[in-house]
Design a protein around this ligand. Structure first.
Ligand SMILES: [Zn+2]
Length: 154
């Protein structure tokens, strides 16, 4: 059975919100990619409702590349407590945290969510910009730690 990195993380010990490196990969050609755990809600104590999470996903997909190079993908976790981010190269936790903060700050002032029509989205009815803003505000207020187990901001 494959070893899944996130299954070995002790979810009882982490202190969200945080950003951490969840994996580094390198292929035979030397191409490197890095995976990040962007944990926004304390595991097993809450979860972002799907509509708000879906709108945050669209806001992140559209905006995070403006603040971070090499983004391959950003996708919500099934537990709805955060996102996984996959990047080319080896961006630092701080670079990712700062980009995430920028996008959450942008979300607070967003007037609409991009691509919320049946042609561009797989479930366009399930969006909540209101919810996305409420969660973004709450996460920013708590601050996003550079360490999963200790609250470290700089
Ligand atoms: Zn969508």
């Amino acid at each position: 059975m494959a070893k899944v990195e996130s299954f070995s993380l002790n979810h009882l010990k982490v202190k969200a919100p945080y950003v951490r490196i969840a994996g580094n990969e390198e292929n035979a050609d030397g191409a490197k990619i890095r995976k990040f755990d962007l944990r926004l809600i304390q595991p097993n104590q809450g979860a972002i409702p799907t509509a708000a999470l879906h709108s945050l996903e669209h806001l992140l997909a559209v905006n995070i590349r403006d603040y971070l190079d090499g983004v391959i993908d950003i996708s919500p976790m099934g537990c709805r407590t955060g996102f996984y981010l996959i990047c080319w190269g080896q961006p630092s936790v701080r670079e990712v945290r700062d980009a995430l903060v920028k996008v959450l700050e942008l979300a607070l002032d967003a007037e609409r969510v991009e691509a919320t029509d049946a042609r561009s989205c797989g479930n366009y009815r399930d969006h909540s910009l209101f919810g996305a803003k409420e969660y973004a505000r709450d996460i920013l207020k708590q601050g996003i730690s550079l360490d999963p187990f200790e609250r470290i901001f700089d």
